[in-house]
Ligand binder design. Structure first.
Ligand SMILES: Cc1ncc(COP(=O)(O)O)c(C=O)c1O
Length: 416
């Protein structure tokens, strides 16, 4: 057997197996109600329409659909994305500002490849999307966490961290933000903070990576502007995906950025996959062109709102009162975030939850500094509505048992 330790590249030695993956192996039982994944509800997939479109494409346009395409993406899809951004976001871009990617995970990988040298400091949210952390970690980034609250990233903490590094004559490469219904917390960065973050980034000449897979899935409340729209100096790079609004298996996403950045990224993408699947790009382009996309997203909003409300109701009903147990109330997206009392350890509770046939993702996995042990992420898009009520009841039982344990350990001390 080859000596792997000797032969592995640094990036591979640096990359550990994900804790989440290891934990999720324990949840592969049919009895388990899982709030752990981040999957869209499969009942929402527009399979009939896609089947029709696929048949049409393969009959009439197979020379493009089955061929390699340009690395930057097919014009058919780019045109539709440009139209969507204009209509939904009031953003006017040219084809040169757009790179179609093999979903947004590749976009994050491209961000890492384009900007990070080993030990470069970057700023990430506490908590932050784990796949982003993994992508940046692979390039050796030194991650500094920025605190957040119910309005998203805290600007005061961001500013003090930017200033600290400037004082040390170091330079952050970028700040990575999931501003809309964040994965994992469900929180949205407020309009006021978006403006401040973009201005600060300009002042300190740091890039902003706006990763926004959930933006279109808003159930309620007023939509703040995209950070890309607020930027004046071309220092905001936005990444999007069709994974949550159409189907993750299409592996389709895109980057919107200054054309000089797109050019650099396109060169690096060539060595990753040459191009994103032409067939899938045409499928999405036709889905948009024939007018199905907006209705489909409206349907997702209705379905996920019902599930989100069901989860909030179940939490209200079953979670013990007092003791500082809190959860976020997302206005969109797929997740909410539970904060347990500081003395509880959600990493340990996970095993008890699995025994009760319910699963979640441990919050600490989303913290670059290993904090957040008393937090958990719950997904509401995948489980069925009935399962949500029962799953939260089981989860609350585990939490209550641990409250009692704490009281139980306190009592003898008092009676002694
Ligand atoms: C914030 C965020 N970014 C990126 C991704 C990657 O998604 P995809 O590669 O399917 O587009 C996800 C997936 O859950 C996510 O939550």
């Amino acid at each position: 057997m080859i000596d792997l330790v000797k032969n592995l590249a640094a990036v591979n030695r640096r990359t550990k197996t994900s804790v989440i993956r290891e934990l999720l192996k324990l949840t592969n039982k049919s009895e388990i109600i899982s709030f752990a994944g981040g999957l869209p509800d499969p009942q929402t997939f527009p399979s009939e329409v896609l089947a029709e479109i696929a048949a049409d494409i393969l009959r009439t346009d197979s020379r493009t659909a089955l061929q390699y395409g340009p690395t930057e993406g097919l014009p058919e899809l780019k045109d539709q994305i440009i139209r969507l951004l204009r209509e939904d976001e009031g953003i006017i871009i040219k084809s040169e500002n757009l790179l179609v990617t093999t979903a947004s995970q590749q976009a994050l990988e491209l961000v890492g490849k384009t900007f990070i040298d080993s030990m470069d400091p970057i700023l990430v949210e506490l908590p932050s999307y784990i796949g982003g952390l993994q992508a940046f970690n692979a390039y050796g980034a030194k991650m500094i966490g920025v605190l957040g609250d119910d309005d998203g990233l805290r600007v005061d903490d961001l500013e003090s961290k930017l200033q600290r590094l400037r004082d040390e004559e170091e330079h952050y490469k970028f700040v990575y933000i999931v501003p809309d219904f964040q994965n994992p917390s469900g929180v949205t960065l407020s309009e006021e903070r978006r403006r401040k973050v973009v201005r600060l980034a300009e002042m300190y000449s740091v890039l902003v990576i706006e990763d926004s897979p959930y933006r279109a899935i808003r159930f309620e409340g007023k939509q703040p502007h995209m950070m890309f729209k607020l930027g004046r100096t071309g220092n905001v790079i936005s990444t999007f995906t069709f994974s949550k609004t159409l189907a993750p298996s299409l592996r389709l996403g895109f980057v919107v950025a200054h054309e000089a950045i797109i050019r650099r990224m396109a060169i690096l993408k060539q060595s990753m996959d040459l191009c994103t699947s032409s067939l899938n790009q045409l499928l999405a382009a036709e889905f948009l062109k024939r007018g199905f996309y907006k209705d489909h997203v409206a349907k997702l909003r209705r379905i996920y709102k019902v599930k989100k409300d069901a989860m909030l109701r179940a939490l209200e009903r079953h979670m013990p009162e007092g003791e500082g147990i809190q959860w976020t109330k997302p206005e969109g997206g797929l997740f909410l975030w539970v904060r347990l009392p500081a003395y509880m350890n959600a990493d340990e509770l996970f095993y008890e939850a699995v025994k009760e046939n319910v699963a979640y993702v441990i919050g600490s996995a989303f913290h670059c500094d290993g904090s957040g042990r008393n937090t958990m992420r719950l997904n509401f898009s995948y489980p069925m509505e009935e399962q949500i009520e029962e799953g939260i009841r089981r989860l609350a039982k585990v939490v209550k048992a641990n409250l009692q344990k704490k009281q139980g350990t306190r009592q003898p001390a008092v009676s002694r």
